[in-house]
Design a protein around this ligand. Sequence first.
Ligand code: GLN
Length: 485
Amino acid sequence: MKEYLTLAEIQEDLREGGLTCVKLVNHYLENITSAAHLNAFVEVYADEALGAAATVDQKIKDGTAGRLAGLVIGLKDVLSYKGHGLQAGSKILQSYEAPYTGTAVQRLLDEDAIVIGRQNCDEFAMGSSNENSSFGPVLNAANNSKVPGGSSGGSAVAVQAGLCHASLGSDTGGSVRQPAAFCGVIGVKPSYGRVSRYGLIAYASSFDCIGPITKSVEDAALILEIMSGQDNFDSTVSSKEVPAYSSKMEWNGKAKIGYIRETIDNEAISSEIRQQTLDVLNRLRAEGHEVTPVEMPLLDSLLPTYYILTTAEASSNLSRFDGVRYGYRSPESVDLESMYKKTRTEAFGEEVRRRILLGTFVLSANYYDAYYTKAQRVRRLVREETNRFFEQFDFLISPVTPTTAFTIGEKTEDPLQMYLADIFTVQANVVGNPAIAIPNGKDDHGMPVGIQIMAPYFGEEKMLAFASYLTELNKKVAVEYNTNH
Ligand code: GLN
């Protein structure tokens, strides 16, 4: 089967008669089987997906198929899909099934997307390497000794390795964009309040966003357009109209681009990523865009702010997992208190326990003002600084990550090193703005490099058009490079 970059190509072949959804699903099922060692899927819905494919094939014949006919997707194991297992990569939700389907997933189903399975991820979406899953680590398909990134690692690898056409992940501090960059695919974090969180297992509710992982910007735009918009089940979703992102992909004119000097002039960034980011900025300059370095003094406060606020929210959100109503319950418990303690100690992994403890600490009476209140204030300052930036600029460009995918096990002993993997992605979540990661070549070892474009709040439309333009520009340069060498 040919490799499809876009859903539009799939739909063209479906119309021409040569391709069917059943053939497509069978193709992905074969790939999933032969790539089982990557551990990207926790569960595969083979029969169900084939059944859905036959239904969509019939709808195509009848002329009643939805806009996503031919789209085979995987869902990160934090997204509710009625009657299907849902565990957030955790033992504590062992044998739990989603009692309803979340809004984003339902909207894709309503347009005839086919769900092929649920995907491995870091436990409760906490992690940057997919090593914190109770289902074991996921391997990067470009090099099996490397991590895929996290926490949506399985979702990124599934797209990278052709196990499905697109995935839905969640991004609280970079969990869609960082694995997308490590795997050479595209990942979008929408504005906070663009996509309903109904049916998403909460990690840090004021940061969490559902986002697509795809092989083309076009597909990300279409999926986002369909998932977005007001929802009676989530009052934090904006009532702002959803632009038709996918039909507005033309970029015209010159952009004003800013980049933060320290995101490039920094020893912690690998020299290849630094060079490839500079190359993009120079390329854009050569095309007539305005590219300006700026200072962002609050950059150093981003990670501490992120980790104080998200652990605080997580400690509260995760208090519902206590062994009483559903999921795992310790067989050793003798009374109520020991049931809580033993259940949570036995079934939460080390990183989740660390974050619950940290979050409980920053919220405790004696330290609340020193940590939580202060971090809220810093969040406000970062937001103001970012808003001032976007009064002058259309986009903020940066690397997605300081290094390419690291070796499995390399950072597991040192949580702070692991947290640094998110240094460039957390800003968008701290302030709520949209950001996209797109591929930007490879390093000398063949590992993917990404580049990030961040846009003003609810500026998805321009961001996607510009990302598509930049993807084409990068391709053109790559072709010229190959012809000249
Ligand atoms: N790696 C970050 C964390 O562990 C981001 C996770 C996410 O976006 N879900 O918090």
